[in-house]
Design a protein around this ligand. Structure first.
Ligand code: BG6
Length: 460
């Protein structure tokens, strides 16, 4: 039997845009997902957009009851910025205040620890029009939004997050064209990354000044970069990959400083952002109180074998090549390698290099296509998901045994939800969503998760 420390948090994570639906209802205005879907619906799988989610906005009372039935003692969701402030700033939407207050009160009434994230890839469209994270005025609007959220819901929320996976809106929005505004603009990408870090630190500053009885952190998608071999060139490639993918947000968030090697690369590429010493000081003095770690797949890399053109456009992958390890265990539906060992490596890395800060796995999960084929007597028998959880929990437990300060494990996700670009192709939920009827049915993994949480562990 594997047992976790007393009070260990078990739960799941979700986000506003992926669950609420009602994207233009009761005063909410467009965020970049609503806008992008209006402009280019063909870029979304099966042309399903953010209005067609599981419908938490209308179903939350029933959904919250399911949290208990699936063993949640903690739950993370996010506030939709453009629901609370339809224009991103200025007038507040009273309907949104009522909605989030009722949601949060009901979750608390169930005795569930409530985690609330302020930003999950969902910039209000009106603020994107003025440049989004590239514009420092937007940083100020974000801080005002955060302050209002702390004022309104500070008595209900146990743990706040400033951002979910900030590297994603940097890379996907400004280098790789997976997210709106789909630019390829390294200079902006660096500015967006810096401004996001500044926004996080400024929100933490306000939070601390308000002396709220809760904790504040950030969610980062972390993994050590694994080199193909011990050859010094492969190892060097892995160091570069970690600089971009891991340390770019982890170091300033936890240690208050950017790694000097990263600054050197950015300088040598002529990409330094616009910043002031005062802003660096704000970042240095306002680090996180705990950390959420999303983990799905490892980062494997090899030496960059080609010489680049002198004027090659900057991409992190100018410094390393992603590497597909032969024989890797794969989730074929998402194309992501399954490597549970990394959870241990992450825990030890945080213990040894990041002051052993309090942390939790804030997302981990397996998206599977056509789960319908696993239905027996009306229930999805998702044994593969249970195995996936167990494998990761074993390595998490090992890291905790060796002193890593991990306080919980939250899976992605609660009820099958809408995915940014994959819509409903891959299902992640502990609870099945019937797309036509919207009926919710607990999967085998949901029942297993309840036992896991009740027993604070599981049989090997
Ligand atoms: C995480 C995000 O990185 O991955 C979630 O925080 C996302 O929002 C999840 O849904 C799974 O990824 P995908 O692309 O399969 O939905």
């Amino acid at each position: 039997m594997i047992r976790f420390p007393e009070g260990f948090l078990f739960g799941s994570a979700s986000s506003a845009t992926q669950t609420e639906g009602a994207s233009l209802k009761d005063g909410k205005k467009q965020n970049i997902w609503d806008l992008w879907y209006e402009l280019e619906p063909y870029k979304f799988r099966d042309q399903i957009g953010p209005d067609e989610t599981s419908g938490f906005y209308d179903n939350y009372k029933e959904d919250i009851k399911l949290l208990k039935q699936t063993g949640h003692n903690s739950y993370r969701t996010s506030i939709s910025w453009s629901r609370l402030f339809p224009d991103g700033f200025g007038e507040i939407n009273q309907k949104a205040v009522e909605f989030y207050t009722d949601v949060f009160e009901r979750i608390k009434a169930e005795g569930i620890e409530l985690f609330v994230n302020l930003y999950h890839f969902d910039m209000p469209a009106s603020l994107q029009e003025i440049g989004g994270w590239d514009n420092k005025q937007v940083v100020e609007y974000y801080v005002s939004y955060a302050k209002k959220a702390f004022e309104l819901f500070g008595h209900l929320v146990d743990r706040w997050f400033t951002f979910n996976e900030p590297i994603v809106h940097v890379e996907c929005g400004y280098l790789l064209q997976y997210h709106y505004p789909m630019e390829v603009n390294p200079k902006k990408a660096v500015q967006v990354a810096f401004n996001t870090q500044l926004a996080s630190a400024k929100a933490i500053k306000v939070f601390k000044e308000m002396e709220i009885n809760a904790k504040i952190g950030i969610i980062l998608n972390l993994t050590p970069a694994y080199p193909r071999s011990n050859h010094p060139e492969d190892v060097k490639a892995a160091e570069y990959a970690e600089l971009f993918a891991k340390k770019s947000f982890l170091d300033p968030s936890v240690l208050g400083k950017y790694p000097k090697e990263l600054v050197e690369v950015i300088k040598s590429e002529n990409l330094m952002p616009d910043y002031t010493d005062e802003e660096l000081k704000i970042i240095e003095e306002n680090t996180v109180e705990f950390l959420g770690v999303n983990y799905y797949q490892p980062l494997r890399v090899r030496q960059m074998p080609y010489r680049l053109l002198d004027d090659a456009i900057f991409m992190p992958t100018n410094y390393y090549l992603p590497y597909e390890m032969p024989g890797r265990r794969l989730n074929p539906y998402r194309g992501w390698e399954i490597y549970p060992d990394a959870v241990y490596d992450i825990g030890i890395d945080i213990r040894d290099n990041y002051n052993n800060i309090e942390w939790l796995i804030s997302e981990n999960g397996m998206g599977v296509e056509d789960e319908e084929r696993f239905r027996v007597d009306g229930q999805i028998q998702d044994d593969y998901r249970i195995e996936f959880f167990k494998d990761h929990l074993k390595f998490l437990h090992k890291a905790i045994e060796e002193g890593s300060n991990c306080i919980g494990y939250q899976v992605w996700t609660f009820i099958d939800c809408w995915s940014w670009l994959n819509a409903y192709k891959n299902r992640y939920g502990l609870v099945e969503l019937n797309l036509e009827t919207k009926k919710r049915t607990i999967k085998k993994s949901g029942e297993w998760f309840k036992k896991l949480s009740e027993n604070n562990g599981f049989e090997l």
